[in-house]
Design a protein around this ligand. Structure first.
Ligand code: C2O
Length: 526
């Protein structure tokens, strides 16, 4: 096992991922940022230099950060933001393997481009012999406005609670916008070539697919090529029947195997926003425009095929939308049943309210999360707006999680879909389904034998999910809906795991020093 060093420099550049030029928050001048790769057991030392003009942090989505909670990258919960013109080094070991990503966790910066892919290979991966080469594909919604003004819409008076509507869809950072819709005077190119992935007939390929959207559920498919799922967010899964159209929600990841067994030709790779999953209903959404093209295409190019446009046609949809991929397709490869001795039960209900200023807030159990960025790390303080009395913002600690096995029942009694992500852990999905009341859940429906294990699960409107995990990772972990617009409305819970086992005194010096730097920065930038 070795230590791998990376340097990430954050800057704002003008780019046109879908043809339409806008300022993009880039990493080493790119969007998406550089691919970070390592092997299981390696240590990653990643120096981040912030030249954005604004503070930032980087979160390593899905990485457990055992004993390094302070490098989880969540401002106001595990670290202070990295001020402009300051460098900070993340340093952690990789116990897991699989498909991950990294992104800013500061305001909605990742929606502006601050993200990249993190792959952890495993020399003992049992699927190594099942493919010849691998590719990484990100799918994402994309906005022509930077996120700051979109967030202002959120807090504008009489905010409606609806979300900004994406302007385009991207495959691996590339999309095709029809520039006739662009305002005059903007740079715009309608003919951005779709990204091409070269294959050789007879070979097998692993595609790693990551949804890095702010908001959108995607379907992903490759014409004429069914896909065998082998990995879900770091968990290898049994070889089951191939999937024609893969639903993938915000922040979810899959690895699939594609067999290049079709006639030598070009085939469309398709990533389409499922507009009906953009809830509340899209026609109430900010900047809604039904003519926007939400389908991104790429090309699967067989070696020896010409440069003709593909003639292939899309698979029809055959599964219920806005739900996780059918669990029977993704049973864990290794026998790994959930623990049966639950010691800590929690029930979390999503809630919505307007405060006295008519700002729409989302919350869990009637309280909405507001991070305090200049809080020294791990002080276990956050501000929550209490829905029953908005005038008394209280400092509350979030939820104490003692040692043991945790069960969280999440009830979503809202007309909105929420892809929930837990930091520091992967969880067993013991059951999920329609109905947002405890009476809708029967323990006899629990799968305690071979449920899916992942770190991000879609909880559709008016439905529930029951998850379990083992509290083996002392620290402050965020549990939140990954729709960025909902994060900014407060749909976040702070889980304080085994609070007696860590304190501010045990923080590394660099993490503390960062807070002092941020403190003086924020005093000069009021
Ligand atoms: Cu992908 Cu809290 O993050």
């Amino acid at each position: 096992n070795i230590t791998r060093y990376y340097h990430l420099e954050l800057t704002v550049l003008k780019l046109s991922p879908d043809g339409f030029e806008r300022p993009v928050w880039t990493i080493n001048g790119q969007y998406p940022g550089p691919l970070i790769q390592a092997y299981k057991g390696d240590r990653l030392v990643i120096n981040v230099t912030n030249n954005l003009g604004d503070p930032a942090t980087i979160h390593w989505h899905g990485i457990f950060q055992h004993n390094t909670n302070w490098y989880d990258g969540v401002p106001g919960q595990t670290q202070c933001p990295i001020p402009n013109r300051v460098s900070f080094t993340y340093n952690y070991t990789l116990e897991q393997s699989g498909t991950y990503w990294y992104h800013s966790h500061f305001l909605a910066q990742y929606v502006d481009g601050l993200l990249g892919v993190l792959i952890v290979h495993d020399r003992e991966d049992p699927y190594l012999d099942s493919y010849d080469e691998e590719y990484v594909i990100t799918v994402s919604d994309w906005y022509h406005s930077s996120s700051a003004p979109l967030l202002v819409q959120r807090v504008a008076p009489h905010y409606t609670g609806f979300n900004p509507y994406p302007d385009a869809a991207l495959i691996s950072g590339v999309g095709q916008y029809n520039c006739s819709g662009a305002p005059a005077g903007c740079y715009c190119n309608t003919n951005v070539p779709p990204p091409a992935y070269k294959v050789q007939k007879g070979k097998k390929y692993r595609f790693r697919i990551i949804n890095t959207s702010a908001y959108a559920t995607f379907t992903f498919s490759i014409d004429n090529h069914p896909l065998k799922v082998i990995e879900v967010e770091g968990t290898l899964v049994k070889n089951s029947s191939a999937v024609k159209v893969l639903p993938i929600h915000v922040a979810q990841r899959y690895s699939v195997i594609l067999i290049a067994d079709q006639p030598v030709d070009n085939y469309y790779i398709r990533a389409s926003v499922i507009d009906t999953c953009l809830l509340p209903r899209t026609n109430d959404t900010i900047n809604y425009n039904s003519s926007i093209n939400h389908n991104a295409t790429g090309i699967l190019h067989y070696h020896g095929a010409g440069n003709n446009k593909p003639k292939s046609t899309a698979y029809p949809f055959t599964f219920p939308l806005c739900q996780d991929l059918n669990a029977s397709n993704i049973r864990p490869l290794k026998d790994n049943p959930p623990p049966n001795d639950v010691t800590n039960y929690f029930v979390f209900e999503t809630s919505f309210a307007r405060n006295d200023d008519d700002v729409g807030l989302l919350g869990i159990n009637n309280s909405s999360f507001v991070p305090i960025f200049n809080n020294p790390t791990n002080q276990r303080i956050m501000l929550q707006e209490n829905f029953t009395d908005f005038d008394t913002n209280q400092n509350v600690y979030g939820y104490d999680i003692p040692n043991g096995c945790v069960q969280i029942t999440l009830l979503n009694n809202q007309p909105a879909n929420h892809p929930f992500h837990l930091h520091g852990h992967a969880f067993w999905i013991v059951t999920q389904g329609p109905g947002a009341f405890l009476s809708n859940i029967s323990t006899s429906a629990y799968n305690l034998k071979d449920p899916v294990i992942r770190d991000t699960t879609m909880v559709p409107e008016f439905s529930h999910v029951v998850i379990r995990y083992i509290a083996d990772n002392p620290g402050v972990w965020s549990f939140h809906c990954h729709i960025e617009w909902h994060v900014e409305m407060g749909l976040v819970a702070q889980l304080i795991e085994r609070p007696t086992e860590f304190s501010n005194e045990t923080l590394p010096d660099d993490v503390r020093a960062l807070c002092m730097q941020y403190d003086s920065y924020s005093k000069n930038h009021r």
